[in-house]
Design a protein around this ligand. Sequence first.
Ligand code: FE
Ligand code: FE
Length: 182
Amino acid sequence: MAKTNRENQKAKVIEVLNKARAMELHAISQYMIQHYNLDDMDYGELAANMKRIAIDEMRHAEQFAERIKELGGEPVAQNPAKVVKGQDVRKIYPFDSGLEDETIAEYNAFLEVCRANGDNISVKLFEAIIDEEQAHYNYFDNTGNHIKTLGDVYLSKIAGTSASTGPSTKGFIANQGGGASA
Ligand code: FE
Ligand code: FE
């Protein structure tokens, strides 16, 4: 039997929600690896914030999955993109701001697909998550600029700082006092 118009609309929204979920799963793996590496290099404060950002991405992956389930879809469990390992601290931040910027552009396009298919709840979900990706972008961009302009002076201030995120393991947005889900 052919799909109804409503079923087609839902299928299109589920497709973009799952694309976004796969991107979140990729970001989680990428940022977790960077968190361990920064910790290993003893850049504690950078490691702690990377861990917090990975936690934000886990929440995003979950939020997309919940909406997919509500629409009767099946959330993807795989991260199809390759994770980059062993990056120097000078490479990490331009790389990650690039990832966030790409994510913002993609999510803006996905949001339009949700709007065109009459799903305002998913539009609002993308809007809220785009705001958080922008905060991640700003942090990565600022940190990358500090490393670029101040170099060793900046890094020597970070070396040996604590990598602890405390017992609460709040995400980055919540730790900064933002976000509805903080
Ligand atoms: Fe995210
Ligand atoms: Fe992000």
